[in-house]
Design a protein around this ligand. Sequence first.
Ligand SMILES: Nc1ncnc2c1ncn2[C@@H]1O[C@H](COP(=O)(O)OP(=O)(O)OP(=O)(O)O)[C@@H](O)[C@H]1O
Length: 291
Amino acid sequence: MTDQPVSPATPKPDAPPPLDSEVAQLAAAEREIAVDIGDKLVEIQNLTVRFGGLTALDDVTFDIKRGEILGLIGPNGAGKTTCFNAMTGVYRPSSGGVLLEGEPIGRSKQHKITRRGIARTFQNVRLFGEMTALENVVVGLDARHKVGVWGSLFRTPRLYREEKNAIDRGMALLEFVGIADKAAVQASALPYGYQRRLEIARALATDPKLLCLDEPAAGFNPAEKEELMELIRTIRADGYTVLLIEHDMRLVMGVTDRIVVLEFGKKIADGLPKDIRNDPTVIAAYLGEED
Ligand SMILES: Nc1ncnc2c1ncn2[C@@H]1O[C@H](COP(=O)(O)OP(=O)(O)OP(=O)(O)O)[C@@H](O)[C@H]1O
């Protein structure tokens, strides 16, 4: 990776290559693609999360529409990660809730919520460091396997087929995020930027309806941030819906369709990037913040 600014006209050597149709098909798997922005994929309804006496999220309501990139921003401690955690089953709401395609996710366990279609990455990279990049993605694909105990014990033809499919699809996902050349490298040995891309590939392996990215640009230089913006746009163009927590305002303003702003656990704004940028309440919330 380099510190030089990236010109959009000059593809970077490690930028994601254009996908040929076979790769695109493999990466897409059984997901339904090409939906217009419009209907509500996720509804956050009066979501409140308390930790003892602290109200981290206070009666927050917003929607995520299918096919959009929604930014979730706010000063430090505003409640953004708590919102992700409540949506992905890490925290239970104190009141209110989350609907996915009209159905409450209720008090489902994290893996059930992943199966239902919400995948996430974390602020701090969480990979299986001893495994290769490809193995990390194949682990994400495992949830989709249909072979039962007997199939696994006796290594039925279906198991071999699924393993082959998982490897092909894992490679396609690595290619999709631009790191296929590092498939055989141990995750812990990958440069930081590649680890972040690998986390995204692993989240995509679960075939999510909604991909939640928690500060994916943390620790990136400007060139890496440009590349990440391109990747997020590619992910959306491929039919995914994205919820993005990010402190870098240039990145958020440059890549999102709409932005929800939290401050002290309350929603203080919800609108187009150009309106959020000039919203006096949002500007006041950020006064004194570095970004
Ligand atoms: N498990 C927890 N126990 C107690 N308090 C918590 C817990 N998780 C978060 N909080 C508190 O809830 C508030 C919101 O935190 P949260 O991490 O959601 O904010 P954030 O907007 O993601 O902040 P940042 O941008 O700094 O990551 C903070 O005051 C935080 O200290």
